[in-house]
Design a protein around this ligand. Sequence first.
Ligand SMILES: O=C(O)CCC(=O)C(=O)O
Ligand SMILES: [Fe+2]
Length: 606
Amino acid sequence: MEANVDVFWALSSTFAVSSQAGIKPNEVIYGVLISSWAKTSPERAEGLLRRMVEDHLVPNVIACTSVVSAWARKGKACQARRAFEDMRQAEVQPNVIAWNAVLDGYAKAADASRASRCLQEMLEHKASPNAVSFTSLVDCQSRQDAAAAGEWVRRMERCSVRPSAVTFTALLRGYARSGQVAEAAATLHRMAAKGLSLDVVAWTAMLGACAERWDVALCALRQMRQLQVLPNQITLQALRHAGRRATGGEGDGECSKAGQSPVILVPLCFAFSLRGPATAWWRREIQIQPEGSLKETLAGLAKTHISVRPSPDIEDQLILLHADPAVLLIPNLWRREACEQLIAVARGSGAMRQSHATGVSDAEAQALRTSGSVVMKPEMARRFGAERLVRKLFRDLAVLGVGGPQSGYGEFPQVVRYEHGQHFAEHQDAFNWEQVQQDGYQRQATFLLYLNDVEKGGATRFPELGIDVQPRCGQGLLFFPAFKDGRQDVRTAHSAEAAVDEKWIAQVWKGKNAATSSQLVSSLLSEHMGAAMGNLLSECKRLAAPSPFAAPSPVCLASDAAAAGPAQPGAAKITLQALRHAGRRATGGEGDGECSKAGQSPGKQD
Ligand SMILES: O=C(O)CCC(=O)C(=O)O
Ligand SMILES: [Fe+2]
């Protein structure tokens, strides 16, 4: 710092002396002096710039931009704009930093309409506005009109500029100012979905939106606690404010008179897991996307796709990214160490191969899906000591209640690695109808577990739904690629965007057909004998029971038809035979060869 000051004074003196002696300073000396003056005095910096032009020297973009920024920093938006126009007149092409400086000037002067126009101009001039440009506009706009700021965030995304946590937090503050709780909650969700960390600043902004909603504030606190985010002074202020409104008091005195001081409630919230009405509010207000609630979505899902009955603990944590079709996010499902272990197993297995893709030739697959994967079949899992981790993946499906509490397991899990540039182009996870008829099997649920944090690239994108999920270590994603009757739900088309940073996922498909049950039996027998026997029995009962659907649709799956009984007795018989067969094995009946045959689902393992 001292050295810089010395250089500055040395240069200033040289400048003064050489000017007096009639020696013209060159561009470099002008450049350094302009940039230095710009830090304290825009007037002097601009004076020097003019003098430079008078000396027939051409200022460069850095010198001009530092003058524009100098005015903007002082909140003198008009002067910044004028300096910017002078720059253009001098035929110096402004770069994005210069544009941002003008925009920042308007933002500092709280002139949202000029700031918006400026960004619009940037777009028109193809000046490539970046995250800084959009964020400073969103920040300024959100102080006056949070809805308009929200629109700019969407526009930002459409321009393929990724909003950062700062952008979203600015928007959150806007919703907080206007008391728009639901919008603030939806913004928090989008942040989580994009893998941005929800820090204390974001949560405090959320709490700021709860001035009229003490109940929601309490639930927010609970979520903070779950995510281990510690409140700070400002968080407590926001809470105190919400609490005062809640108790109808104006000041602290009133509040404590009402005996409900939020300051006391805060530690209480952290001490107890809040349930009851507050949680219900949280679910309604926070776990909700604008289109509908989690409960409604799950009820609808059971009718149209598959029954999903998460355990109460997990249900509290589910984030609904999209209601119809349902896309659910489960933050913090796995601990980092477990994710790292699974990566290490896959990496060390030496069994990673070019990933396959369903329904296309190998050559086509190579273009469609360029990642590498390893399918964790039981023997493979055993060989690499990954049985516990693979069981954990299956258990996640059970905890999430995919297919109902007693529905058994899915296909063999895969661990997938995307190296720089690798992708999985847009595709359906469900099979096309022809194949479903041929195999009698359809995928009903896709469960993805992100095994590492990915900063750049690699998002799971649902173009039809406008959703991008940025991988975060330990986060689960669940969606449902086929309708109950076996048709693909084409709205769930998705892609893995080209990776920039290395990306690792684990993935399990849960499907449905007669043979799936035998596959289920096989995995139960080989790996999960004890606890799984109960599942097996109820699976038998389920298959023997009449179909819950009075009129199966014409494209109904074999297993639905089988379950329907007399219509297709053969299919049901095969399934039950498979179960019986497996049961014999379980009780020490038959040999390995037969059993592993039963374990081969016609469902693909790729
Ligand atoms: O890697 C992803 O984000 C998506 C993977 C996927 O779509 C799949 O494996 O079917
Ligand atoms: Fe997929």
